[in-house]
Design a protein around this ligand. Sequence first.
Ligand SMILES: Nc1ncnc2c1ncn2[C@@H]1O[C@H](COP(=O)(O)OP(=O)(O)OP(=O)(O)O)[C@@H](O)[C@H]1O
Ligand SMILES: [Mg+2]
Length: 417
Amino acid sequence: MTSADELFQQAANNYQRLGIEHSPFTESPTGLQSQTLQQVFTGRTNELKQVFNQFQSRERRRILVFGRIGIGKSAFLLEVLGTLQRQLPEMLSTYISLPADLDLATTALIALARAMPDDDWAQQQLYQMGIPTAKTLKERSAEVSGSLGIGGKLSEKDLPIIKPQYPTVSLETLLERAQQHYPRGVLIAIDDLDKQNPRRVRDLMHDAQGMLKGPAWFMLTGHPYGMTGDLLTSERGLFDLQIELQELDHPTTYQMLINYLNSVRIGTKYDDVADPRSVLPFSPEAAQKFCQASLGKPRLFNRLGNIVLSTAANLEAQQIDLDILDAGLKEARPALLQQAALSAQEERVRMLLEQRGSLGDDTISLEDLQQLGFRSYSEIFPILERLEAADLAHQLPQADATVFESIPLPPAEDPPQ
Ligand SMILES: Nc1ncnc2c1ncn2[C@@H]1O[C@H](COP(=O)(O)OP(=O)(O)OP(=O)(O)O)[C@@H](O)[C@H]1O
Ligand SMILES: [Mg+2]
């Protein structure tokens, strides 16, 4: 009988046989402190240029980054912040993902206070909100070390937060304190503006007008339709720059695969796109086909990457040729389904989408709706978005925002019944 230790070693060996230390693919970007994002981040050249141009000004700016689920908003934001921290140390750059049910001013206050671990007043603000401060975090270091400073998400166990009575006033005070040490000012990047509750965005923005017009720089991200288009129309004048992130083109996706693989490659790294060794363990044909399957969508790319690598490892393959790739892609739909853990109703919508190939306002019939237990298409919309988040559906780039298609993946060998 094989011991667990031996099994673990075998699993590691199966990845090493492919010439890599471990899988480089992740569903969400690794935090700001890690080197990994810098190694794997690919493309978005024009978008980065536009953002960095804004930072050539002394006047504070507000920037909105929007794009579909999993298109790379967080990665883009973190790449911008990482660069600013290296290139513009006179500016304090902070990142936070909007916590559930918090207003923007409180969120900004938390982000800033966490980036000022040496400022007693800042730490006191956190303490009063019931948020572990740098000091208490250090004491529980092993468990939460990643979330120190500008680490990003507040974990569930830190909530509920005791909201300060006058967050905007506290934020102003904190900004003044920060500006003493950072002459170029403070950048507060708030990610996931509309992830928790798309309907609240309008109110959130409305309440935050004063703060947004204040002295801090802001970068915000959200989904174009989650934000109900409101932000992009009614609040248009508020932003100095609005950037939409779209699917990566094929050459960029191919380069992204090279970067991911090189970040974990054992031995010599090959950077030249023309060198077939740059995509090892993939054969160049399999690499091309893999990039096509990922549709230029970074999260789908990462999810498929994990599935294909683990299939190849299980098959004890040394290379991923077209056959191994196909075996991996066949695993993709069942794997994505399992991960998504859909409710019965969500599954019915998914089945209908798969049957039809696409679903939209105009193509769905009253009968379809009744069978699914809905009265209107707009009621299904959140379910379709949930399918999109699980990479089980997507919207064609540039297409009518309300039409969803199923993701083209090869059928599984034995379709789950
Ligand atoms: N340009 C890029 N180069 C390399 N990796 C990327 C790039 N863009 C995104 N990724 C990676 O793809 C995955 C999904 O991206 P990310 O989490 O940034 O998407 P998102 O738009 O923030 O998603 P959500 O809508 O769920 O918040 C992450 O692992 C991220 O690191
Ligand atoms: Mg994100």
